[in-house]
Design a protein around this ligand. Structure first.
Ligand code: 4AD
Ligand code: MG
Length: 464
């Protein structure tokens, strides 16, 4: 094939590094074809960038293959790159050779008209060939790279934490079970299911977070981060919840909760800046078609301080507000997303970090504050999305951890290794989890998590 000989369209349109009048070979898919008696135009996209390269044929009669080239077809084109007389494009390709690599007939679903995002979810195998989903996928890739770049440049090590696990890291019981037992014929011992017969000899699940293992890493390597798929069997059918999503979890030894917040803020700003600088074309597309205020919003966040507000103060503000909330505002309860959004969208109009949550509302591993009532948790809330980061300083004191886990009814025997971290060289440490898809929603302005995941998994949907 011509794999190494072809020129990617991004090289022509984005990097602008192909000299005029040179002959190039382009491989891609047809977005539109217009054929008249004296001229034919083919818009080609090869996925390397948002833009299409326009191929021009001045003598359509010499290219009978044109009859078979329809929207969606894969083509191979050789031509000369010339200045384009047409408005809105710098170059076009004067075709010398045109080959049909793979045809597409009239049933190809992505004809010129615009489709709803709902419809496109049904054809998730074809939607990457639209402008919007091409851009989403490219930005997703770029931001993944930026995540690694940020941490690697700061001396963090990338840790691979397990996908299959025996522990419920969040203690919220939202686990998918992993088993090879025959569901129609479960082995039983004294009327209970005998997991000793199961593949791992114990119950096993898909992980809800790599945090507990990341703590192992931090207390050996100093600074680590994970970036991995995470699974939650939470039956929330919202635009911000997925059953399978990616999370980035840095974990830092000798770091307290305020320092943890500093890292979180620097990290978020870095990602937003990276998107604006390195994905300019795709970001311009989102700014034009998805959210007109996108650039303004991101630039504002990059330039502004994040408000830091203790939970107590957040409750006071919510309590005094005239807003009608579905869930009552009550000290002790976790903030609901309507409360979070009210704070960040209506009160502050910018991101806010709420910290020091009531002990009973948060996970067992968070460090108990001196007041005995709150824990050193911190959630970063942003307009439109609500919680984007959840993190905390971890309880590094053996006895206090033991007592809290027992209070919460957790079987501490399963966590003996976790206690060892508190027994041998325990040190204050902190970390957080950033929801990768929520970050992408914020960066692109896309309103539904199903549209920033290439193949979303949500309740009652695991197609493709
Ligand atoms: O607040 P969460 O549950 O925190 C943890 O899992 C901690 N172990 C993180 C840590 O301290 N290392 O989840 C962290 C983030 C949320 O703020 C949210 O952005 C995202 O993960 N998230 C989801 N994203 C999509 N779909 C879901 N169902 C999500 N649940 C959480
Ligand atoms: Mg949370």
């Amino acid at each position: 094939m011509d794999y190494f000989k072809r020129t990617k369209i991004s090289k022509v349109l984005v990097q602008d590094s192909v000299s005029l009048n040179s002959e190039i070979l382009v491989l891609g898919w047809v977005r539109t074809v217009r054929v008249s008696k004296n001229v034919a135009f083919i818009e080609i996209n090869d996925g390397s960038c948002l833009g299409n390269l326009q191929a021009v044929i001045g003598n359509p009669n010499d290219f009978p293959i044109l009859d078979n080239i329809l929207t969606g077809a894969a083509v191979r084109v050789v031509g000369e790159l010339v200045d384009s007389p047409a408005k809105g494009q710098k170059y076009e390709l004067v075709v010398k050779q045109l080959e049909l690599v793979g045809e597409a007939d009239q049933t190809f679903p992505l004809q010129k008209k615009r489709h709803t995002f709902e419809y496109l979810r049904e054809i998730a195998h074809l939607r990457p060939r639209t402008n919007t989903f091409g851009a989403v996928n490219r930005v997703r890739s770029a931001i993944s790279y930026a995540v690694h770049k940020f941490f690697q440049e700061r001396g963090f090590y990338y840790l691979h934490t397990p996908i299959i696990t025996a522990s419920d890291a969040e203690g919220a019981g939202e686990l998918f079970r992993v088993t090879t037992l025959d569901l129609d014929n479960l082995p039983r011992k004294e009327n209970e299911i005998d997991y000793d017969e199961d593949f791992f000899g114990s119950e096993a699940f898909l992980t809800v977070s790599g945090q507990l293992e990341a703590e192992v890493g931090a207390l050996a390597l100093g600074d680590v981060y994970t970036f991995a798929p995470t699974f939650r069997a939470e039956n929330s059918n919202t635009s911000r919840h997925a059953s399978e999503f990616w999370m980035i979890e840095p974990e830092m030894a000798f770091c307290d909760n305020q320092e943890n917040m500093d890292v979180a803020v620097e990290f978020l700003k870095y990602l937003f800046k990276y998107a604006l600088e390195e994905c300019a074309d795709d970001m311009a597309f989102f700014g034009k078609w998805i959210d007109k205020e996108l650039h303004q919003t991101l630039e504002h966040v990059i330039d502004s301080e994040f408000e830091r507000m203790p939970y107590n103060e957040a409750i006071t503000i919510l309590d005094k507000s005239k807003e009608k909330f579905e869930f009552p505002v009550k000290w002790g309860a976790e903030l609901q997303s309507e409360h979070e959004r009210y704070l960040t969208e209506k009160v502050l109009k910018r991101p806010v970090i709420v910290y020091d949550y009531p002990e009973q509302s948060k996970a067992f591993y968070m460090r108990l504050n001196d007041d005995g009532k709150t824990v050193a948790a911190m959630d970063v809330l942003v307009p439109k999305i609500g919680e984007i980061i959840g993190g905390s300083q971890r309880e590094e004191r053996y006895d206090i951890l033991m007592e809290r886990m027992k209070q919460k009814g957790i079987n501490t025997e399963l966590y003996s290794w976790y206690f060892d971290l508190r027994k041998y060289g325990s040190a204050p440490h902190s970390g957080f989890g950033l929801g990768f898809e929520r970050t992408l929603m914020y960066i692109t302005g896309m309103g539904n998590i199903r549209d920033v995941l290439p193949f979303p998994r949500v309740p009652r949907w695991a197609k493709f």
